[in-house]
Write a protein that binds this ligand. Sequence first.
Ligand code: HOZ
Length: 420
Amino acid sequence: MERSRSDALMERAREVIPGGVNSPVRAFKGVGGRPLFIRRGEGARIWDEDGNEYIDFVGSWGPLLLGHRHPEIVAAVEEALKDGTSFGAPTEREVELAEAIVEAVPSVEMVRLVNSGTEATMSALRLARAFTGRDLTIKFEGCYHGHVDSLLVKAGSGVATLGLPETAGVPESFAATTIALPYNCLEAVGRAFEAHRGRIAAVIVEPVAGNMGCVPPEAGFLEGLREITAREGALLIFDEVMTGFRVAYGGAQELYGIQPDLTAMGKVIGAGLPIGAYGGRKEIMQMVAPAGPVYQAGTLSGNPLAVSAGLAMLRHLKAHPEIYGRLDRMSARFASALPEGVTVNRVGSMFTLFFSEGPVKDYEAAKRSDTQRFGKYFHFLLSEGIYLPPSQFEAAFLSAAHRDEDLERLIEATLRFLGE
Ligand code: HOZ
């Protein structure tokens, strides 16, 4: 496979960008080798700088639910571009996006647009602390909520990929505000509330974990979190940066029928342009400045291009609810096609193949997967023209642009790899 341009670009990048990448997982440290530089995408396909073509199961890490360059999204961005790129002032389009989110996401009555998932979770936590007058947060091992200082404790995604025991630069006193517990373990949550009665502001959770690979909630887990937090006067925050509008139009909260107090959303609501949002009950959201005393701001918040792209995607998804069933059937087909000895976790259009017998229901189990073998699998697929996330600890994503033939190619290549 020709890759001289990607390699040359990585050489250049290393001189001016730490590690040559702008986000650690992209460096391929979890799978070995050197990253590809991507030139363009169309539908379910991407092409690298050397002209190699791949079926893309990363989809920019989740937001491209309709694939690359969907015509309705391209048209919406072009239209918005005619009016200007940024005003740092209110626009009609951002009200429309906020209305669409409030209409779609069951627990969200009011929403604030920000620029990324990290901003969304950071702001939601600040708000939860202000609302409850408490300082501590419970999070779950292997979940990743962006690079918020206090949440980089036993985090998934790049932190898990690089195997970092902790992140340098996070003051101990910040990390000490976070209690990290095993995913899917309600007993641990109950014990933590007993040990810190009246001090826990919030429980933040990926309702379907996607940052230790895909790990679904076990029956009763989310219900239990809802019940305990309500009883203890703490807020339940769903980090739906990956699952929002992806596992169902109303996100994981619609799929599982649980209403969190606050919800963080990210890249999905911008269809691949930089955006994030946090929202929830009005009485809580009214505490955000300028309505209330919790400060949070940003010049590019509600950026017209990102908002227009997101609106176009949400409108398309609303008009085509059948997309969700089709993507769910596709990931089910992948899971059922594989032999025993490996584990496929999946929810709707999110899935991960773990090289272990399973079950994989928490971070400890995810870490038992044979990551060396995952690396070999990743490179085998690349040589077959298939692009998966370059880490065992990330979910793969299907989009409406994937055809059944694309999935069959993934299945066929995976079976050949497993048979070797
Ligand atoms: N943390 C992102 C996925 N969970 C990876 C972001 C990126 O490298 O773009």
